[in-house]
Design a protein. Structure first.
Length: 119
């Protein structure tokens, strides 16, 4: 396994495998999911505005339902990656995993509030 870490040709072969492509492609699918979700939520809000049913209570309900649907899985993924993930692996690209979670000890609260892109 260590030969893969120090041999750049083995690393180049790893970048051309189907699992690597699936993982990298999933980032694009994740962004498209959020774009489609935001578009559909915007349509729902525009319908409420058109029908004059828009009020603070209705907007709060929409945001709360969206949060309750997305937050549990986001928290599970974050906690798995932060707490359990470091004990699970090694390999040629493991340094990227460590780098992604390097600031979690300081800014864990921004991930829990789902505002880590702003902080």
């Amino acid at each position: 396994m260590l030969a893969c870490v120090y041999n750049p040709w083995r690393l180049a072969d790893f970048f051309q495998t189907i699992p690597f492509t699936a993982v990298v492609g999933s980032n694009l699918a994740f962004d498209e999911f959020f774009m489609l979700s935001a578009f559909l939520a915007s349509l729902e809000i525009l319908k409420l505005i058109r029908d004059s049913k828009m009020n603070f209570k209705m907007v709060s309900k929409l945001y709360l339902l969206k949060f309750l649907r997305l937050a549990p899985i986001a928290y599970m993924i974050f906690l798995f990656g932060w707490g359990i993930g470091p004990y699970l692996g090694s390999g040629p690209t493991w340094f990227t995993y460590r780098r992604q979670f390097s600031e979690c000890e300081t800014y864990w609260w921004s991930n829990m509030l789902l505002i880590s892109n702003l902080v």
